[in-house]
Design a protein around this ligand. Structure first.
Ligand code: AMP
Length: 398
C-alpha cells in the first residue's frame, strides 16, 4: 500500500474531477515554448477521460497577485493543451461562480474544460477556505497532478483537500515515488551530488542531506566556501566569506552522522569568467592568487567515480562548475554521464532536479537516462531540505 492517495484509491468513473495542474509554462508571443509540464499530465488526463470523467482543469499562471491581468490569462495555453491531448479543451474565463457552474453542467463524459487563472482571486494564495469552497462545489473529486506547486499551501492545492476527496495524479505519484526512493526509503549507499553557485541558497538542503546520505559530493562555486573554511587559499574564486563558520558546522555534522564528504582535490582555474578563457588544472592547494576556480579537475572526477562505484542511489542538484561556459562544463558533463551509464546498467537509481541541474543534464545529453528528473524547481529543493510540503501532506494516507 502506498503512502499517498492516488487515482487507484478514488472512484473517478463518470465523476466531475477537478484536476489541479501547473500550466505556468514559458510563453513567447502567445506560443508555449516548452511543453514538458503539459506532456507530463497527459497520462492522468487520458486515464480520467477513459474512465468517462468530466475533467475540470485548474491552474495558476504567473503572479497576478489576486487581480485579473489579461496577459496572464490561461486561455493562451488552450492550443498547446489541445495538441498534447488530441482533443478539444473548453475554456471559461472564471474559476468560480455561475458561468463556470453552468459550463460544468453542460459537460459530458470525457470532456475537458480549463478554468481561468486561479491566482486572479486573492483567496487562492491566501489558502482561503471560502474561495476553495467555490471551486470545490464544481467537482466530486480533487486530483493534484503537479508536484511543482506542492510546496504552496494555496486554496487549490491545500484548502480544497479538506472539502472533497483528494488524490495524486499519475505524474505527481511518479514524482512522490521517485523522491521516496532516494530519501525516505533508499537502497544504500546513497550518494548526493550538490553543486551550484552558493552555499547560502542551499544551507538547509546540505544540513538535511548530511544526516540522510552516506556520501555527499560538493562541487561548484559552493565547494570554494568549504575549501576556504578548511583554510585553503582559493584566489579570486567565488566564495561566501561570511559562511565559513556555517560550512565548518556542516562538515562537523557530517562527521557526526558518518556522512563522507567529497570535496574537490583539484580544480580548473582561469583568470576570466568567460567561455574558452585560458585555463589550467591545479591542485586546490595551488590556486594562483589571481585565479578563479571554474570547474572540478580530473582527480576530483576520479574521486567522484569512486564514490559512485558501489552506490545504489544517487540524488543530484546543481552543477559542479560554471557549466554554461565551455570548457567549464566538463566536470558536470563527465559526472552526469557516469551516473547515467550506471543507471542504464541497472546499478543504481538516480534522481535529479532543480532548475540549472536540468539545463546541465541536457548539455550532457543524459536527461532521459536518469531514473527520474524533477521539473519542480522550488518544491524539489524544499523536499531535499526535509520540509513538509502542504500539497503532499494533504494527500497522505492517515
Ligand atoms: P545554482 O542555481 O545555485 O544551482 O547555481 C548554478 C550556477 O552556479 C550556474 O550558473 C553556474 O555557472 C554557477 N557555478 C557553478 N560553479 C561555479 C564556480 N566554480 N564559480 C562560479 N560559478 C559557478
Amino acid at each position: 500500500m502506498g503512502l499517498y492517495h492516488t487515482l487507484d484509491d478514488v472512484d473517478t468513473r463518470g465523476k466531475r474531477v477537478l484536476l489541479r495542474v501547473d500550466l505556468n509554462v514559458p510563453i513567447q508571443e502567445g506560443k508555449v515554448t516548452d511543453t514538458s509540464r503539459i506532456d507530463r499530465i497527459v497520462p492522468t488526463l487520458n486515464e480520467l477521460r477513459y474512465n468517462g470523467a468530466r475533467v475540470i482543469m485548474l491552474s495558476h499562471f504567473d503572479r497576478p497577485k489576486g487581480k485579473r491581468v489579461p496577459e496572464m490569462s490561461l486561455e493562451q495555453v488552450v492550443p498547446a493543451l489541445e495538441q498534447a491531448l488530441g482533443c478539444k479543451v473548453g475554456f471559461v474565463d472564471e474559476c468560480i461562480g455561475k458561468a463556470v457552474e453552468d459550463a460544468v453542467a453542460q459537460m459530458r463524459a470525457g470532456d475537458v474544460l480549463l478554468l481561468e487563472n486561479t491566482r486572479f482571486h486573492k483567496g487562492e494564495e491566501d489558502n482561503d477556505i471560502v474561495f476553495a469552497g467555490g471551486v470545490a462545489r464544481l467537482g466530486d473529486v480533487f486530483v493534484l497532478d503537479a508536484f511543482s506547486i506542492a510546496h504552496r499551501a494555496h486554496a487549490t492545492t491545500e484548502a480544497i483537500t479538506h472539502l472533497i476527496p483528494a488524490a495524486a495524479g499519475r505524474a505527481m505519484e511518479a514524482e512522490l515515488d521517485a523522491l521516496a526512493k532516494v530519501l525516505l526509503m533508499p537502497t544504500r549507499p546513497v550518494v548526493a551530488i550538490v553543486g551550484g553557485a552558493k552555499v547560502s541558497t542551499k544551507l538547509e538542503l546540505l544540513g538535511n542531506l548530511v544526516g540522510r546520505v552516506d556520501r555527499l559530493v560538493i562541487g561548484g562555486g559552493m565547494a570554494n566556501t568549504f575549501l576556504a573554511a578548511k583554510g585553503v587559499a582559493i584566489g579570486k574564486s567565488l566564495c561566501e566569506r561570511d559562511l565559513l563558520e556555517t560550512a565548518r558546522e556542516i562538515l562537523k555534522k557530517a562527521q557526526g552522522a558518518r556522512c563522507e564528504i567529497v570535496l574537490p582535490r583539484d580544480a580548473v582555474v582561469a583568470r576570466e569568467f568567460k567561455a574558452n578563457a585560458a585555463s589550467q588544472t591545479v591542485s586546490v592547494n595551488e590556486v594562483p592568487a589571481d585565479g578563479m576556480i571554474l570547474d572540478v579537475g580530473s582527480e576530483t572526477l576520479s574521486d567522484i567515480a569512486t564514490a559512485l562505484s558501489d552506490a545504489k542511489t544517487v540524488v543530484w542538484n546543481g552543477p559542479l562548475g560554471a557549466f554554461e561556459l565551455t570548457p567549464f562544463d566538463t566536470g558536470t558533463v563527465t559526472a552526469a554521464r557516469q551516473v547515467a551509464m550506471l543507471t542504464r546498467m541497472g546499478k543504481l537509481i538516480s534522481v535529479a532536479g532543480g532548475g540549472d541541474t536540468l539545463a546541465a543534464l541536457n548539455i550532457a545529453g543524459v536527461t532521459d537516462d536518469f531514473t527520474y528528473v524533477s521539473t519542480a524547481g522550488g518544491a524539489f529543493l524544499e523536499w531535499l531540505e526535509g520540509k513538509e510540503l502542504p500539497g503532499v501532506k494533504a494527500l497522505e494516507k492517515r
